[in-house]
Ligand binder design. Structure first.
Ligand code: OGA
Ligand code: MN
Length: 275
């Protein structure tokens, strides 16, 4: 198995392994690489829906997404798709998956099933590098803070997505979510400090209103994306990406209007987070 970094501080391309047939030792090495680099990319994989589900269960369990359409024959698989006549896409802004759950999903396994001729890349940003790059003042300001996360403003019947052309394909409009996490967490396996707020789902600091929270929150959202902590993936048929939702943010480029794109996602179960 060979590891080739995709960028100085985020992402790694892993070659010399077949995900569907990897050994326990390879699985361990893959997990460690994802915890550290944030996202790992595997090319030329033969990875059927059955392989996808088997891999997720083997990793440690699957969290089924409450909002996206599910694959007809395999309900553990969420379908992330955009039709040729659709304008908005799923995940088309910086975010991390499921931070609105009190035990948030560890990561996601995304498989390319149908790609546009050009475009539709995905970007990731490393939140360990983001934390390291914060000024001493910002590090002191976030010390000990907790924040409230929810997805209600995105997915509810009067939420952001309901007003777009994705509305008809989404589920779960009557769900209510909410979770409190430390603003800086320690990665459960590497121990690295990670900035754990994101502009999609983090609403306010605990003990402060939205208005009181916003100046510092916005500073953190901005700081999380400056510098060289990002990487970008150009998908090809057979590409699989696995990322750590604690270690990274991600963003799906929406630059392929008029073309169909379909990805399959399994969300991996995680653990409670601590400072
Ligand atoms: C996701 C997501 C990115 C993409 O599946 O969680 O944000 O590129 N997708 O489709
Ligand atoms: Mn996502």
């Amino acid at each position: 198995m060979q590891l080739t970094p995709m960028a100085p501080k985020c992402g790694v391309e892993v070659s010399g392994v077949k995900l569907a047939q990897c050994s326990d030792a390879e699985m361990q090495e893959i997990k460690q690489a994802i915890y550290e680099y944030g996202v790992a990319v595997f090319r030329d994989q033969e990875f059927t829906p059955e392989d996808h589900i088997t891999f997720g269960r083997r990793w440690g369990g699957i969290d089924v997404n409450n909002y996206f359409p599910l694959q007809d024959d395999y309900n553990e698989i969420a379908v992330v798709k955009k039709e040729p006549d659709q304008q908005t896409n799923i995940g088309g802004a910086w975010h991390t998956d499921h931070s609105y759950d009190q035990i948030p999903a560890m990561g996601s396994v995304l498989v390319a099933r149908h790609l546009p001729p050009k475009g539709g890349d995905t970007m990731w940003a490393h939140m360990g590098a983001a934390y390291d790059a914060l000024s001493d003042e910002l590090k002191a300001a976030v010390e000990g803070l907790e924040a409230f996360h929810t997805a209600d403003h995105v997915y509810k019947a009067d939420g952001l997505y309901a007003q777009t052309d994705m509305a008809k394909s989404l589920r779960g409009q009557d769900l209510k979510t909410g979770a409190i996490h430390p603003v800086v967490i320690r990665h459960p396996h590497t121990g690295r400090k990670l900035l754990y707020v994101n502009s999609a789902f983090t609403i306010h600091f605990v003990g402060q209103t939205r208005a009181e929270s916003m100046p510092l929150l916005q500073q953190l959202f901005d700081a999380a994306l400056t510098g060289d902590n990002q990487c970008r993936l150009e998908w090809k048929p057979g590409t699989v990406a696995i990322w750590d939702n604690r270690t990274t943010w991600h963003n799906a480029m929406n630059d392929y209007h008029g073309h169909y794109r379909e990805m399959h996602r399994i969300t991996l179960s995680g653990e409670a987070l601590a400072a």
